[in-house]
Design a protein around this ligand. Sequence first.
Ligand SMILES: CC(C)(COP(=O)(O)OP(=O)(O)OC[C@H]1O[C@@H](n2cnc3c(N)ncnc32)[C@H](O)[C@@H]1OP(=O)(O)O)[C@@H](O)C(=O)NCCC(=O)NCCS
Length: 142
Amino acid sequence: MGDDHPVIRQFAWTDYDDVVAVWKTAGRDVVPRAEVENKLTRDPELFLVAAGEPGITGVVMGTYDGRRGWIFRLAVDPSRRRQGIATQLVAELERRLLALGCPRVNLLVMPDNEAGLRFWQRLGYLPCPDVLCTKPLAPSSS
Ligand SMILES: CC(C)(COP(=O)(O)OP(=O)(O)OC[C@H]1O[C@@H](n2cnc3c(N)ncnc32)[C@H](O)[C@@H]1OP(=O)(O)O)[C@@H](O)C(=O)NCCC(=O)NCCS
């Protein structure tokens, strides 16, 4: 990692367009503004960005439901990968989750995302056999 490694800090609304650009260029679904507004009423300190030169290079959304932590929408700009940015983002998120008393963190990876799976396993996140079940409660929910 060079001297230009980014600062990991809490998301601010002025970051939104840059965060959307990172999600899009990384092929991740964009979280709409209304959902971000809802998220920021709960645990805003778990929505993190990597801020450096030039601008936002990575993003991760965490949540804590009082029993488990969850990690969503981790993405790093393709031109800034393999520089430890995602590792830094997740380390800071884990530190913040632990400070909240969170004992375990879960996340979902698409089965064909080999790079993602390798990344998570490198950080100690191991696959488990549970099957995700989901049901939309609103017509437009994603
Ligand atoms: C997965 C992702 C977030 C990794 O970001 P990153 O900043 O490049 O990751 P890091 O530099 O912190 O990587 C840490 C380690 O993870 C592993 N790793 C990361 N990317 C990898 C890849 N493409 N292939 C194999 N191993 C990989 C390596 O062990 C790496 O260490 P090394 O570079 O010293 O070999 C990034 O590739 C990305 O945004 N992908 C698209 C979105 C995505 O898949 N998100 C995660 C799934 S939920």
